[in-house]
Design a protein around this ligand. Structure first.
Ligand SMILES: [Zn+2]
Length: 319
């Protein structure tokens, strides 16, 4: 409203000889006003629209979906059970699969169908309860319900919690060989281990301390070597833990004839947290299934694994 008299002025001055100049000056002023006023009106309109239509929420959703890929989302770290003392050793127990990913399926399509994701979650919870009951060890679970956790997130949870040990629990299947049974214990293969070390060094650019070795500020070559050394020590510890599971399980857990194995397993790639993957048995074998899906059977596994974890930490404390 304030600029209406000026517009009127511009027209009257335009009638004189040098009024043309005046008109141009006034036009520029008018244009400037329009340049300010029109966007202001548009913004005002947009804000008005934003109030009636949930445009801002839309926008956020859009940005989230495109800016973060699932692996880049900040991790939600789980609660830690057990003593409220950071000096106590911490084990992260990882129940494999979950959510949309059922893992292996036993007796598929029948009413007695058994899903790996359920079996391993029950085992993980039983082991946590066993450790907490015995005391002295802190325990965290990568999942304590039927949620999906990505493969990359599982060891990353252990790393971010500064865990001392990582145990991933799974159950096998051999759909065409129902006689195949028994538990096996996996560690990361040597080739996969050094390859993972190299990749880790590259990715993290060695900005952290690994296993107490400060590698920040080192050259890329030196830090690659230090990461490799850290990885080697981590793998030695993992191998020792695997041997303890086998030892403690003698006579209590039925093992597969080839008990100890190594493979390129993404979940065991943390270069600074020793990790073992425990295949608890075959969901496709009736004896294993009975052991894995009863409370009594689970308790047996929980006691064996808890004892292996306890002995492992006791040895670490003496070093
Ligand atoms: Zn599995």
């Amino acid at each position: 409203m304030g600029y209406a008299p000026q517009l009127y002025c511009a027209y009257t001055i335009a009638l004189t000889a040098d009024g043309i100049l005046s008109l141009r000056v006034m036009s520029v002023r008018t244009l400037l006003l329009l340049i300010i006023a029109v966007p202001a009106l548009l913004v005002g309109g947009a804000i008005a629209l934003g109030v009636t239509i949930p445009v801002p929420q839309w926008g956020r959703d859009y940005v989230l979906r495109f800016v973060f890929d699932p692996g880049a989302q900040p991790l939600e770290l789980p609660d830690i059970a057990g003593p409220d003392d950071p000096d106590r050793p911490l084990v992260v127990i990882d129940a494999g699969h979950g959510g949309r990913d059922p893992g292996s399926i036993g007796q598929a399509g029948t009413s007695a169908q058994v899903l790996e994701k359920d079996i391993v979650l029950a085992l993980a919870l039983a082991l946590r309860d066993q450790l907490v009951e015995e005391g002295g060890i802190r325990v965290a679970l990568t999942r304590d319900d039927d949620n999906i956790v990505t493969l990359a997130q599982r060891p990353e949870i252990a790393r971010q919690l500064n865990a001392d040990l990582f145990l991933s629990i799974h159950a096998d299947s051999a759909p065409t060989r129902s006689d195949v049974s028994g538990a096996s214990i996996y560690t990361l293969s040597t080739e996969a281990s050094s390859e993972a070390a190299a990749r880790f060094a590259e990715r993290e650019n060695a900005a952290d301390a690994l296993n107490g070795i400060v590698i920040d500020g080192q050259s890329a070559e030196v830090s690659a070597i230090l990461v490799e050394l850290s990885q080697q020590r981590t793998q030695d510890d993992a191998t020792e833990f695997a041997a303890l599971i086998e030892r403690e399980g003698q006579g209590r857990v039925k093992f597969h004839p080839q008990t100890r194995r190594s493979a390129e397993l993404a979940v065991l790639r943390a270069p600074d947290v020793p990790g073992v993957l425990f295949e608890s048995g075959f969901v496709t074998n009736s004896d294993d299934r009975a052991r894995l899906s009863t409370q009594q059977g689970r308790q047996e596994y929980a006691e064996v694994l808890a004892r292996a974890i306890r002995v492992y930490f006791a040895r670490r404390a003496q070093r």
